[in-house]
Write a protein that binds this ligand. Structure first.
Ligand code: DHB
Ligand code: FE
Length: 296
């Protein structure tokens, strides 16, 4: 049986990718941010999974207003870094895991979550920046990410977007899917995007440390309660792009302390261990939050 061993949560900001790619990580502006991920890179080396299930959002890169899937699972064997206007990032292609992805699609769709199946797409900063933060820049001698990745894209860009509650429930279904896969794979699930930020309009630049830290506290200790937070609260308190945070609830819902099943008939296990917590402002227009939780 495959097992989810840990969940990782981190913001994405395109400028973080540019800082890494242009060798600016030691500059005074960026140094405190990258320091917060030093532990994480070591942890990643010591806890290298077989597969990462990476929940992220596409920013009108692979998708557009032509087509807006609410939840899209990547079942391809390879994904190219997208050109977001400045050429593709100089990072490796993302190698997929079509067998596990197809199994998860089958299980989750049969559990009544409607997923879009994606067999071809490029992946933007929403996916590659979290990989860079956690894995560092892959060396030229072995230009590859440490393991296969299943991209799972959530629409948090164009309304209507899914509720936190639905995201949390989806996480439970993903855990059930992983645990019904025959091979003994070590799977991590990552929730990315957020924290508070607003990129346009009169409130552009909004940061809310109090909301962000409340969100981190409750994601750790009261995820089911946090999942009931309505959209309007995210938008009012964390800014229009703060809604990216609902994606963290997918990863948290897949952790083994969360009871699951149609009527929560599978009891939850012990709470996860908090391995790392980090919060930093500013990074471009965004507050950066980061957690590592290990299943027990
Ligand atoms: C920024 C943050 C984002 O989440 C994003 O998708 C684009 C830009 C920023 O802070 O610059
Ligand atoms: Fe974003």
């Amino acid at each position: 049986m495959a097992r989810i061993t840990a969940s990782v949560y981190t913001s994405h900001v395109p400028a973080i990718g540019a800082a890494i790619d242009l060798g600016k990580t030691d500059e005074p502006y960026w140094q405190p941010l990258f320091k917060g991920f030093e532990f994480s890179k070591q942890w990643m080396q010591a806890h290298r999974p077989d597969v990462i299930f990476l929940v992220y959002n596409d920013h009108a890169t692979a998708f557009s207003l032509d087509m807006i899937p609410t939840f899209a699972i990547g079942t391809a064997d390879r994904y190219k870094p997208a050109d977001e206007g400045w050429g593709p990032r100089p990072v490796p292609d993302v190698i997929g895991h079509p067998e596990l992805a197809s199994h998860i699609a089958q299980s989750v769709i049969q559990d009544d979550f409607d997923l879009t199946i994606v067999n071809k797409m490029d992946v933007d900063h929403g996916l590659t920046v979290p990989l860079s933060l956690m894995c560092g820049q892959p060396p030229q001698s072995d230009f590859a990410w440490p393991c296969p990745v299943i991209p799972f894209a959530v629409n948090v860009v164009q309304y209507p977007v899914p509720s936190g509650r639905r995201c949390f429930e989806l996480g439970k279904a993903i855990r059930k899917a992983v645990e019904s896969y025959d091979e003994p794979l070590n799977v991590q699930i990552w929730g990315t995007g957020g924290m508070s930020h607003q990129l346009q309009g009169p409130r552009a630049g909004l940061i809310n440390r109090e909301f962000d830290n409340m969100f981190l506290d409750r994601l750790i200790a009261d995820p089911a309660g946090l999942a009931t937070l309505p959209h309007i609260d995210y938008v009012r308190d964390a800014g229009s792009e703060g809604i990216e945070l609902v994606m963290w609830l997918i990863a948290r819902g897949a952790m083994s302390d969360v009871p699951r099943g149609a009527s929560a008939d599978v009891a939850g296990g012990a709470p996860p261990t908090l391995r790392h917590r980090f919060y930093h402002v500013p990074a471009s227009n965004t507050a950066v939050g980061h957690l590592i939780l290990e299943n027990n």
